[in-house]
Design a protein around this ligand. Structure first.
Ligand SMILES: *[C@@H]1O[C@H](CO)[C@@H](O)[C@H](O)[C@H]1NC(C)=O
Ligand SMILES: *[C@@H]1O[C@H](CO)[C@@H](O)[C@H](O)[C@H]1NC(C)=O
Ligand SMILES: *[C@@H]1O[C@H](CO)[C@@H](O)[C@H](O)[C@H]1NC(C)=O
Ligand SMILES: *[C@@H]1O[C@H](CO)[C@@H](O)[C@H](O)[C@H]1NC(C)=O
Ligand SMILES: *[C@@H]1O[C@H](CO)[C@@H](O)[C@H](O)[C@H]1NC(C)=O
Ligand SMILES: *[C@@H]1O[C@H](CO)[C@@H](O)[C@H](O)[C@H]1NC(C)=O
Ligand SMILES: *[C@@H]1O[C@H](CO)[C@@H](O)[C@H](O)[C@H]1NC(C)=O
Ligand SMILES: *[C@@H]1O[C@H](CO)[C@@H](O)[C@H](O)[C@H]1NC(C)=O
Ligand SMILES: *[C@@H]1O[C@H](CO)[C@@H](O)[C@H](O)[C@H]1NC(C)=O
Ligand SMILES: *[C@@H]1O[C@H](CO)[C@@H](O)[C@H](O)[C@H]1NC(C)=O
Ligand SMILES: *[C@@H]1O[C@H](CO)[C@@H](O)[C@H](O)[C@H]1NC(C)=O
Ligand SMILES: *[C@@H]1O[C@H](CO)[C@@H](O)[C@H](O)[C@H]1NC(C)=O
Length: 595
C-alpha cells in the first residue's frame, strides 16, 4: 500500500500542475451541424452537436483537460481568448505554438487557469473557422476564500453576440483569397440564434430567437462576448441599467450604462437587476457600430428578456442606440470610462490593484501601425508596420524547442519603417523577459479594429484620435487603467497598452477582426528566460505535442476516428504527416514562404 501511494505521489509530482488543484475534464467532438440561424441552411461548427458550444464553468487554479476530436474536414485548433496559460504557451492553440489537429484526429489540451478570474471565450483559431461557430463562453469563478466586490448574483448568463454571414467560412475564405472584401454581414446572432421578429419587414418569419428567462426583483450577472467576424456591436437591454463589474479578468469600477460598445474579441460582465414592471418582455439588442448604421440596419441581433410574470411579448421599436453620428468621441469616452477598481481583489489574496504600473520604467516600445489592406505580389494582404505575417509550417515555439533555425526572424521593426514596401514576413518581436513593454496600436485604416494579446493582460493607458507622438505619453492614465487582453482602436486613432513580460513563451498579438487576421495582421512576441534551464519558468513540451513542418518526422501515427464518412479514406501515417505539413498552407491564405 505504501509503495502504491509513493508511486501515485511520484506520478502526481510529474504532472506539470499542482496536484492539489482540482481537475475538470471535457470531451469535445467538433463537427459540422446544420443550422439556419438567419433562415438560410448552412453547415456551422458545433461542439458535441451544440451551436454555440458549451460554457466552460471553472474556478481559479483548476486544471482543465479538454480532449478535442476534430470531426471537421479540415485542420483545427481551439484557442482560449484571455486565458493566460502561465508558463505554458504549448496549450495556446494558435499556429505559432501548435501544429493543427488533422481532420479525424484528437488532441488533448491540458492547462491550469492559474490566478485568473473572469469572463472569456474559446474559438477555433485558424482559417476563418470562427465565422462558422465553434465558440463558447468561459467562466472562471473566484475561489471561496477570495472576496468579490458585489453580492452573489441570482444567476449567471452567458451571451455570445456576433455578426454573421449566410456564406460559410470556406466561401468567405475564397472571397478573401480572391482579393474581395467580405462586405456587410447578413445579420447578428445572439447565442447562435437570429433576431426576434421586432419588425415584420426587416425580419422574416420563422427565425428562431433566444429568450432569457428571469424572475422579477433579482440580480443577474450577464457576460457578453463579441465572437463575431469584424463588426463592433452596441449592446443594450430595453428599460434596464447594466452595471459594469468586470472585463476580461479585472473588476472594474462599478458604473451603470444604458448601452456599451463591445468590439470584436471583447468580453464584459454586467449586473442587471430585474426591477421593471414586466408589463411586457424586453428587447436585448446588439446592433452594428462604427459603420453607417442606417445602411447596416439588418446587422442587428435581437433577443428577449422574459420575466416570469411577463404581461406579454415585446413590441414596438427597439431601444435607441447612442445618437452620436456627429460625435466621434462618444464611443471613445465610453471606452475610457472603463476603469480598474484598485481596491477590489481578483484571483489572489493580495489585491491585484496594488500593482502600480506607472512606477515601472518602460524597457521596450513598439508602435504597430495598421493600414487598409495592400497588394503584395498581386495579393490583397493586411499588415502591421508594413509586414504581413505568414505562419511558417513549423510552429515557432516547436522550432525553438528543437533548435530548428530559419523559421522566423527576431527583427520586427519598433516603428513603421519609412518608405519600405509592404512585404510578407515571419518577423516577430524580441521581448525581454521581465521587461516592461509599451505597445501602441495606430489605426490608419478607415474601419474599427481590435487587437488581442495571448498570455497576458495588458494595462490600457490611453487612446485618442490622430497620430501618437512622444507627447501622447503625457495623457496616459497613470492610476487605474484596466488590465485586459483585447483593446479597440478607432479608425484614425491610437491606443496604448503596457505589459509586464513575466510569462515565458511565444505569444500571439493579433487583429481580432477575422478578415484582417486571415490576411496577415498579426505578430508574435517571444519571451525567453535566458537563465532557465530547469523548466522553472516555462513548462516542458507536452508529451502529446503534434509535430509538423520540418519536425513532422517525429509525429506518431494516430488512427483517425472519423464519423464523417471520410473514414473510407483514412489517412495513413505518411499521408497524415503530409496533411499536417499542408495544414499551415491552408490556413495562411495560401501564402506560405519556404521552408
Ligand atoms: C460551403 O458552401 C459551399 C457552397 O456555397 C459548399 O460547396 C461547401 O461545401 C460548403 N462548405 C462547408 C464546410 O459547408
Ligand atoms: C458554475 O460553477 C459554480 C461554482 O462551481 C457553480 O456555483 C455554478 O452553479 C455553476 N454554474 C453553472 C451554470 O453550472
Ligand atoms: C483521444 O486521445 C486519447 C489519448 O490522448 C485517447 O485515450 C482517446 O481514446 C482518443 N480518442 C478519442 C475518440 O477521444
Ligand atoms: C471597488 O471594490 C471594493 C472592494 O470590493 C468595493 O467595496 C467598492 O464598492 C468598489 N468600488 C467601485 C467604484 O466599484
Ligand atoms: C419596420 O422597418 C421598416 C424599414 O426600416 C420601417 O419603415 C417601418 O416603419 C418599421 N415598422 C415598424 C412597425 O416599426
Ligand atoms: C445603477 O442603477 C440601479 C438602478 O437600475 C441603481 O439602483 C444603482 O444605484 C445604480 N448604481 C450605480 C453605481 O450607479
Ligand atoms: C411599465 O413601464 C413602462 C415603461 O417603463 C410604462 O410605459 C408602462 O406604462 C408601465 N406599465 C404599468 C402597468 O405600470
Ligand atoms: C449612410 O448611408 C445612407 C444611405 O446610403 C446615406 O444617405 C448617408 O449619407 C450615409 N451616411 C453617412 C454618414 O455616410
Ligand atoms: C526609472 O528610470 C529613471 C530615470 O532613468 C530612474 O531614475 C529610476 O530609478 C527608474 N526606476 C526604476 C524603478 O527602475
Ligand atoms: C533579443 O533580446 C535579448 C535581450 O532581451 C538580446 O540579448 C538578444 O540579443 C536579442 N536577440 C536578437 C536576435 O536581437
Ligand atoms: C493615415 O496616415 C496619413 C499619414 O500620416 C494621414 O494623412 C491619414 O489621415 C491617416 N488616415 C487615417 C484613416 O488614419
Ligand atoms: C524539463 O522537462 C522535460 C520533460 O519533462 C525533461 O525531459 C527535462 O529533463 C526537464 N529539464 C530539466 C533541466 O529538468
Amino acid at each position: 500500500m505504501r509503495r502504491l501511494l509513493a508511486l501515485v505521489a511520484a506520478l502526481l509530482a510529474l504532472r506539470p500542475a499542482l496536484a492539489t488543484d482540482p481537475y475538470a475534464f471535457f470531451d469535445w467532438d467538433v463537427s459540422y451541424v446544420t443550422a439556419a440561424p438567419l433562415g438560410v441552411k448552412q453547415q456551422v461548427i458545433g461542439i458535441n452537436g451544440k451551436f454555440p458550444g458549451p460554457v466552460v464553468n471553472i474556478t481559479t487554479n483548476w486544471n482543465v483537460v479538454v480532449n478535442v476530436l476534430n470531426d471537421l474536414d479540415e485542420p483545427l485548433l481551439i484557442t482560449w481568448n484571455g486565458i493566460q496559460h502561465r508558463k505554458n504557451c504549448w496549450q495556446d492553440g494558435v499556429l505559432g505554438t501548435n501544429c493543427p489537429i488533422p481532420s479525424g484526429w484528437n488532441w488533448t489540451y491540458e492547462f491550469q487557469v492559474k490566478d485568473q478570474i473572469g469572463s472569456f471565450f474559446y474559438f477555433p483559431s485558424t482559417g476563418l473557422q470562427r465565422a462558422a461557430g465553434g465558440f463558447g463562453g468561459i467562466v472562471v469563478n473566484n475561489r471561496d476564500v477570495i472576496a468579490v466586490p458585489f453580492g452573489r448574483p441570482d444567476g449567471d448568463i452567458t451571451i455570445l453576440i456576433g455578426d454573421w454571414y449566410n456564406k460559410n467560412h470556406t466561401d468567405l475564405r475564397k472571397m478573401l483569397d480572391k482579393g474581395k472584401d467580405l462586405g456587410m454581414p447578413d445579420g447578428v446572432l445572439i447565442n447562435g440564434k437570429g433576431p426576434y421578429r421586432y419588425n415584420d419587414s426587416l425580419v422574416p418569419a420563422g427565425i428562431e430567437y433566444e429568450t432569457f428567462n428571469v424572475h422579477p426583483g433579482r440580480t443577474y450577472r450577464i457576460r457578453v462576448h463579441n465572437v463575431g467576424t469584424s463588426t463592433s456591436l452596441n449592446f443594450r437591454i430595453q428599460g434596464h441599467n447594466m452595471l459594469l463589474v468586470e472585463t476580461e479578468g479585472s473588476y472594474t469600477t462599478q458604473q451603470n450604462y444604458t448601452n456599451l460598445d463591445v468590439h470584436v474579441g471583447q468580453s464584459y460582465s454586467f449586473l442587471v437587476t430585474t426591477d421593471q414592471n414586466a408589463s411586457s418582455d424586453y428587447y436585448i439588442v446588439a446592433s452594428a457600430r462604427q459603420v453607417n448604421e442606417s445602411l447596416w440596419r439588418r446587422v442587428t441581433g435581437v433577443a428577449v428578456l422574459r420575466y416570469s410574470n411577463s404581461g406579454g411579448p415585446a413590441s414596438g421599436p427597439l431601444p435607441d442606440p447612442p445618437q452620436d453620428r456627429d460625435d466621434r468621441t462618444f464611443s471613445m469616452n465610453q471606452a475610457r470610462s472603463v476603469r480598474w477598481n484598485l481596491s477590489a481583489g481578483a484571483a489572489r489574496p493580495n489585491p491585484q490593484g496594488s500593482f502600480r504600473y506607472s512606477a515601472i520604467n518602460v524597457t521596450q516600445a513598439y508602435l504597430l501601425r495598421s493600414t487598409a489592406p495592400v497588394s503584395i505580389g498581386g495579393r490583397r494582404r493586411a499588415t502591421l508596420n508594413g509586414l504581413s505575417y505568414a505562419p511558417p509550417e513549423t510552429p515557432l515555439r516547436l522550432a525553438d524547442a528543437y533548435g530548428v533555425e530559419g523559421v522566423y526572424t527576431l527583427d520586427f521593426p519598433e516603428r513603421p519603417p519609412p518608405g519600405a514596401a509592404p512585404r510578407i514576413a515571419r518577423s516577430i518581436i524580441n521581448g525581454t523577459y521581465r521587461g516592461f513593454m509599451e505597445l501602441i496600436f495606430q489605426n490608419n485604416d478607415t474601419r474599427m479594429q481590435s487587437y488581442h494579446m495571448d498570455g497576458y493582460a495588458f494595462f490600457v493607458v490611453g487612446m485618442d484620435y490622430g497620430e501618437w507622438t512622444e507627447d501622447s505619453r503625457g495623457t496616459y492614465n497613470k492610476g487605474d487603467g484596466v488590465a485586459r487582453s483585447t483593446i479597440q482602436v478607432y479608425p484614425g486613432a491610437w491606443a496604448a497598452v503596457l505589459v509586464s513580460l513575466d510569462n515565458v513563451g511565444i505569444w500571439n498579438v493579433r487583429s481580432e477582426n477575422l478578415d484582417s487576421w486571415y490576411l496577415g495582421q498579426e505578430v508574435y512576441v517571444r519571451v525567453v528566460n535566458p537563465e532557465d534551464t530547469g523548466n522553472k519558468t516555462e513548462m516542458a513540451i507536452p508529451g502529446n505535442a503534434l509535430y509538423c513542418g520540418q519536425l513532422h518526422k517525429y509525429q506518431k501515427e494516430q488512427t483517425p476516428h472519423h464519423k464523417m464518412g471520410v473514414s473510407a479514406a483514412a489517412p495513413r501515417s505518411s499521408f497524415a504527416a503530409r496533411r499536417l505539413v499542408s495544414a499551415a498552407l491552408l490556413l495562411a491564405g495560401s501564402f506560405v514562404l519556404a521552408p
